[in-house]
Design a protein around this ligand. Structure first.
Ligand code: PLP
Length: 379
C-alpha cells in the first residue's frame, strides 16, 4: 500500500516504538504510587513533560509556569479547551473550517442557548479577519478557537493576527495545532495563543494520547472527576509509556524541521506536477497561499470522490476525502463549502498527505496510478 493519508494518522517512528516498549517493559508503574516504582514513573513522566514543553517553546519545569494537560488526543484536547477555558456562559467564536471536534462542540452549545459566532473564510481558504472583527465586536470577551492549519487543505491560518485581535478585545484564544507539529514551526510563545491542542499520532508518535498546553495562570475547569492527577484538571492514571513516546516523537518532529519540510515539500510538489501533467483541469486547493508542506487537496473534474477513492484503494493507494479522521463517512467537505468552491470541485475532492517516511519512488508510482485511474474513470 502506498500510504498518502498522513493527515489522518502516521506510521510510528521505530525510535518511538523502542522507547514505548522499553517503558512498558519496566513493569507496573503508576506515577501516583508512593513506592519506589511509582516514584520512578513520576520522574519519567516529569522528564517527558519537560521535553515536550521544550519542543514547543514552553518551560514546563516551573510551578506557576505554562502547564501541559495530558489527554487522549486532539478531540479531547479541543473539547476540554472549549468546555473548560471559560465560564459556561462565555460566548464561543470558532472558524467555519474547524475540525468536527470544535464545530460539533460549538453547535451543541449553540443549541443549548450559548452565544456562538462563526468566522467566515475567504475563497483562498484563510479565515476572514474582518469576519473575526465582527464577531469580536458582537460578543463580549469570547473564547475564540482557530486552527493553525487546516486538515483538509493544509492552508495555514493567520494565527498571529488572530491572537493580536483577541488580546486587544480581552478574548481567550485557543489554537488547534493538531496538523502542524513537524510540518511548520509551532511555538506557544510565537503564536501568542493562550492554549494549544496537539496529538502525536499526527507526527509519527502513538495514538491515544494528546496534549493541551496552557499559558501561565490560565485555568481549566475539569470535565472529568475522580482523581487528583494533573492538579485535578484531568484526573486518571497517566499513561507513562505513551507520554514518553509523545516526548520522543515531538523531539524527532522538531529536530531537523526545516530539512524535513524541504524534502517533504519537494515530494509534494513533484507529486502535484505529475498530476497536473496527467489530469486535465486538475484543481489544487491553496496552491497560491501558505500551505502545510505535506498536504495536497485536489479536485478532479468529472469524477465522483467516492468512486475514485474506492478505485485508488483497489490500486493500493491510501488517501482520503472529507475530513482527516472521519473519512469513513465522507460527507461533502465543509471546508471547501465554506471557501465557496464550485459543486464539481467539492464533489470530486481528494486529499493526499505525505510524510517524512514517504519516498520519491512511491510518489512517482502513486502519481502514475492516479492519472491512469482518473483517465479510465473518465472514459
Ligand atoms: N483537530 C484537527 C485539525 C485534526 O485534523 C484532527 C484529526 O484529524 C483532530 C483535531 C482530532 O484528533 P484526534 O483524532 O487525535 O482526536
Amino acid at each position: 500500500m502506498i500510504y498518502l493519508d498522513n493527515n489522518a494518522t502516521t506510521a510510528m517512528d521505530p525510535a518511538v516504538i523502542d522507547v514505548i516498549a522499553e517503558e512498558m517493559r519496566r513493569g507496573p508503574r503508576n506515577a501516583s504510587s508512593l513506592h519506589a516504582l511509582g516514584r520512578s514513573a513520576a520522574d519519567a513522566l516529569d522528564d517527558a513533560i519537560i521535553r515536550i514543553g521544550r519542543s514547543l517553546g514552553a518551560d514546563l519545569s516551573q510551578p506557576g509556569g505554562p502547564r501541559l494537560i495530558l489527554t487522549s488526543g486532539g478531540t479531547e484536547s479541543n473539547n476540554l479547551a472549549l468546555a473548560g477555558l471559560a465560564e459556561p456562559e462565555t460566548p464561543l467564536v470558532v472558524s467555519s473550517i474547524e475540525h468536527a471536534s470544535v464545530l460539533q462542540f460549538a453547535e451543541t452549545q449553540r443549541k443549548r442557548g450559548r452565544q456562538v459566532g462563526y468566522i467566515a473564510v475567504k475563497p483562498d481558504g484563510t479565515v476572514d479577519l474582518e469576519s473575526l472583527d465582527q464577531c469580536l465586536g458582537q460578543f463580549d470577551k469570547p473564547l475564540v478557537s482557530v486552527m493553525t492549519a487546516n486538515n483538509e487543505t493544509g492552508i495555514v491560518q493567520p494565527t498571529a493576527a488572530i491572537a493580536e485581535r483577541c488580546r486587544r478585545n480581552g478574548a481567550t484564544f485557543h489554537v488547534d495545532a493538531t496538523q502542524s507539529i513537524g510540518k511548520m514551526e509551532v511555538s506557544i510563545a510565537n503564536m501568542s495563543a493562550d492554549a494549544v491542542t496537539f496529538t502525536p499520532h499526527k507526527f509519527h508518535g502513538p495514538q491515544g494520547i494528546g496534549g493541551l498546553l496552557l499559558t501561565p495562570g490560565l485555568k481549566l475547569r475539569p470535565a472529568l472527576f475522580g482523581g487528583e492527577q494533573q492538579l485535578l484538571s484531568r484526573p486518571g492514571t497517566e499513561p507513562v509509556p505513551l507520554v514518553v513516546g509523545m516526548a520522543k516523537a515531538i523531539e524527532l518532529a522538531v529536530d531537523n524541521l526545516s530539512e524535513n519540510c524541504q524534502r517533504i515539500v519537494s515530494l509534494r510538489d513533484h507529486f502535484e506536477d505529475a498530476l497536473l501533467s496527467g489530469i486535465p483541469g486538475l484543481l489544487i486547493h491553496g496552491r497560491n497561499v501558505s500551505r502545510l508542506p505535506n498536504t495536497s487537496c485536489v479536485s478532479l473534474e468529472g469524477v465522483d470522490r467516492q468512486s475514485i477513492l474506492m478505485a485508488l484503494d483497489m490500486a493500493q493507494i491510501a488517501c482520503s476525502s472529507g475530513s482527516a479522521c472521519s473519512s469513513g463517512s465522507s460527507p461533502p467537505s465543509h471546508v471547501l463549502t465554506a471557501m465557496g468552491c464550485p459543486e464539481w470541485a467539492i464533489g470530486s475532492a481528494i486529499r493526499f498527505s505525505v510524510s517524512r517516511f514517504s519516498t520519491a519512488t512511491e510518489i512517482d508510482e502513486a502519481a502514475g496510478r492516479i492519472c491512469r485511474i482518473y483517465n479510465k474513470l473518465r472514459s
